[in-house]
Design a protein around this ligand. Structure first.
Ligand code: BGC
Length: 754
């Protein structure tokens, strides 16, 4: 039985299990006093000093205690959670009460406090829109606010470690977990996910950036070997981690399941020791993903500091008995064990959780609903809007709403990040009943939200199962909104095709009435064979707890459509670096290679630009209900930093939000040292503009975005020469260009504090 099956079994058994112990388990841990004899409890000392002092005071058994985690939920016959863990939670690590070191209560994940079973009512929490949706806002302030909100729910639910901050780049649009991540560009993903982590950690808890690294598909994730060159990795996936870590200083990093260039991510000396800890100077700790540890000495010596859920998910509890043996045999040094402990303690001290213990308390769900709604509505991307079909005008008399359970709710993504909805599940019995299911619709109905906003309209709903009935309703309506969904989740990848014949439904409806707008709820890109027949397309992703409200506010124009794509929508699978997904889901334990040297650092739009492919929708694309003009583009250099300035004017008649994007390219790529692709995103800004208003924007370009990896110098190198700065509304919609001469520059490999 593999790990996914175990999880399925666990979930099935736990669904009926009581979560009554929730309150009793997470007693508030009283902050321990800091007498002179316990200097590590003195918040006036820095986290490094405190960690050093605490390590000195610990016994060997205490050290062994905090490097090992337990799963926080029961797993059938195989595993019963330790009683101290919060029921249905991701994990638990014992504390050292003698020294005032708190227990670690771990919860998933990026859209809110997720649970893995338990009494439904007790599981209910606020869910943000998917990570992809938040990234589509291109608004780091919203990502921060969302992070702060879910972090506060984690704290108020008794958790002090949140396993949030997924920043794996979309190398593979079929990856079932793309919805948890920050899109395909290192700068955008790094800044958006970094902002979310900052928000979470503003609650004095630990956030965990993940899954480090190159964990780009679910199919075969436990066994696959990702092949990539060092320069390519550092310029793409690792750069996204680097930007996010610089921005947020996460107190923990979670290493991934897969292998990279031969070694598992959690025993990968290059990734953990060399890049993360030596090159980037990362001082906190690395925790494993659940079931990602395969050794004791090798993993420890490669840089893994904490084994997660070891008894439940790994083939052995590697960081217990086997590690003691390795220490006795001298395969692992005492100094390294002390380093592991010091790093974990440093993360805890730096987070503030020792001074501010977590405590279960009430949550203001009404206030949090507004935060998730704001995030969802700014992430909704208007992709097509012929003849101004949207926003829906108050004069539209007959509106048909078809499919997607739009009468009752909105879809969410499955797996460990699944937040159980406030008010319970809107749809029962669809999708798998067990892990990575159940498929959950949040009870926020777009239909109801539309009716509330358009009281004069006659709005009829059809579930879309009967194509002829749907087409009949469409033909009799002034405008048609078809809701189409694609459920994605952890542990499986998805074709880019909508399931359950929804393409045929859209086709039939659009044939009956060309004034059809398709509202998509998907984890990432999908193909749209019906695109030319429909009048409008809106990508709403998985929009979270208040998704129905958010969709209605955008469709009716109560707010502007202001999301922009953080990921390329391909026109066909043939355009992808790997038209056929690697690995065979039928043989999940058979090792295979995934060749990322094919695209190297040319991920997403960079691949499309390099190959000259015309995507269905380009990275950065998205319409507004108003129009914008771009003017006065200037690019200058001072002290090796390129500054770009420009004006953006709202030229339309209504307020709206622009997302000007700045791309850079070398004038002569060959002379400049061979970029992976013609252009790179180098800056962006979300602007809220009243009609007629103009705003001036100044952005500085991170010099690494002009650089190439220089293996000899072990750093970044900017070649002297002319570079083109392109200001545009998307990666394929340039508005102005400026050239700037840049001097040669060598940049260090380490983190840069902004
Ligand atoms: C996932 C992680 C998650 C962990 C704990 C793993 O299966 O890959 O993202 O944090 O489980 O639930």
């Amino acid at each position: 039985m593999n790990r996914q099956t175990w999880r399925g079994l666990t979930l099935a058994l736990m669904l009926g299990a009581s979560a009554a112990a929730l309150a009793s388990c997470a007693q508030a841990q009283a902050p321990a006093a800091a007498p002179a004899a316990r200097p590590w409890l003195d918040p006036k000392l820095d986290a490094d000093t405190r960690a050093d002092q605490a390590v000195k005071a610990m016994t060997q058994d205490e050290k062994m205690t905090i490097i090992f985690g337990y799963f926080g939920a029961d797993m059938g016959q195989k595993y019963t959670r330790v009683p101290e863990a919060l029921p249905g939670s991701a994990g638990y690590v014992k504390g050292v009460p003698r020294l005032g070191i708190p227990e670690q209560f771990q919860t998933d994940a990026g859209v809110g406090v997720a649970t893995q079973g338990g009494e439904p009512k007790k599981r209910e929490r606020t869910a943000l829109p998917s990570g992809m949706a938040t990234t589509a806002t291109w608004n780091p302030d919203l990502a921060y606010k969302g992070g702060a909100m879910i972090g506060s729910e984690a704290r108020d639910s008794g958790f002090n470690v949140m396993l949030a901050g997924g920043v794996n780049l979309v190398r593979e649009p079929r990856n079932g977990r793309n919805f948890e991540y920050g899109g395909e560009d290192p700068l955008l993903a790094g800044l958006m996910v970094g902002a979310q982590i900052r928000g979470i950690q503003s609650n004095a808890i630990v956030s965990t950036i993940k899954h480090y690294a190159l964990n780009s598909q679910e199919n075969g994730r436990f066994v696959l070997n990702a092949r990539i060159g060092e320069a390519e990795a550092r310029t793409s996936d690792l750069l996204a981690f680097q930007f996010a870590i610089e921005d947020s200083d996460p107190h923990s990093v979670m290493c991934a399941y897969n292998r990279i260039n031969g070694d598992y991510a959690c025993e990968n000396d290059f990734l953990l020791n060399k890049v993360l800890k030596q090159d980037w100077g990362y001082k906190n700790y690395v925790m494993s993903d659940w079931g990602a540890v395969h050794s004791s000495a090798k993993a420890v010596n490669a840089g893994l500091d904490q084994e997660s859920a070891g008894q439940a998910f790994d083939t052995q509890s590697f960081f217990q008995g086997p590690l003691k043996d390795a220490l006795a045999k001298g395969e692992v040094s005492q100094a390294r064990l002390d380093d592991m402990v010091r790093r974990i303690l440093r993360g805890l001290f730096a987070s503030g959780v020792v001074e501010k213990p977590v405590k279960i308390t009430t949550i203001d769900y009404a206030a949090h609903g507004k935060i998730t709604r704001a995030d969802a509505e700014e992430g909704i991307v208007l992709l097509k809007n012929d003849k101004g079909l949207l926003p829906l005008v108050a004069t539209a008399r007959k509106i048909a709403v078809i499919g997607g359970h739009a009468d009752v709710g909105v879809l969410s993504g499955g797996g460990s990040s699944q937040v159980y909805p406030i008010g319970g599940r809107a749809v029962q019995g669809e999708g798998p009943a067990t892990w990575p299911g159940p498929m959950i619709y949040f009870p926020s109905s777009p239909l109801k939200a539309l009716k509330a906003r358009l009281p004069g309209a006659d709005i009829q709903y059809a579930d879309g199962k009967d194509l002829a009935a749907a087409a009949k309703l469409a033909a009799a309506s002034d405008i048609v909104l078809v809701f189409a969904t694609q459920w994605n989740g952890e542990s499986f990848d998805s074709p880019l095709t909508l399931e359950h014949d929804q393409d045929a439904l859209i086709d039939a409806v659009a044939t009956a009435n060309a004034k059809t707008v398709v509202v998509l709820q998907t984890g990432g890109p999908v193909l749209m064979p019906w695109l030319s027949k429909v009048g409008g397309v809106v990508e709403a992703w998985y929009p979270g707890s208040e998704g129905g409200e958010a969709i209605a506010r955008v469709l009716t124009g109560e707010v502007d459509a202001s999301g922009r794509l953080p990921v390329t929508f391909p026109a066909s699978l043939a355009q992808l670096p790997r038209p056929v997904l690697d690995g065979d889901p039928k043989t999940p334990d058979a090792m295979f290679e995934v060749d990322y040297t094919l695209e190297g650092a040319a991920v997403g739009y960079k691949w499309f630009d390099k190959k000259g492919h015309q995507p269905l929708f380009a990275f950065g694309q998205g319409l507004s209900y108003t129009t914008f003009a771009y003017d006065n583009l200037k690019a200058t250099t001072a002290g090796g930093v390129v500054t770009v300035s420009f004006d953006v004017k709202n030229t339309g008649a209504r307020a709206g939000k622009a997302v000007p994007q700045v791309y850079v390219s070398p004038k002569d790529a060959k002379a400049i040292g061979g970029w992976e692709a013609p252009q790179r995103l180098a800056g962006f800004k979300k602007l809220d503009l009243a009609p007629g208003a103009t705003t001036s924007v100044r952005l500085t370009v991170d010099p690494r975005l002009l650089a190439v990896w220089d293996a000899k110098a072990h750093g970044w190198s900017v070649a002297a020469g002319d570079y083109t700065v392109t200001l545009g509304a998307s990666s394929r919609d340039p508005a102005a260009k400026a050239d700037v001469a840049v001097a040669a520059q060598a940049l260090p490999v380490g983190l840069i504090k902004r």
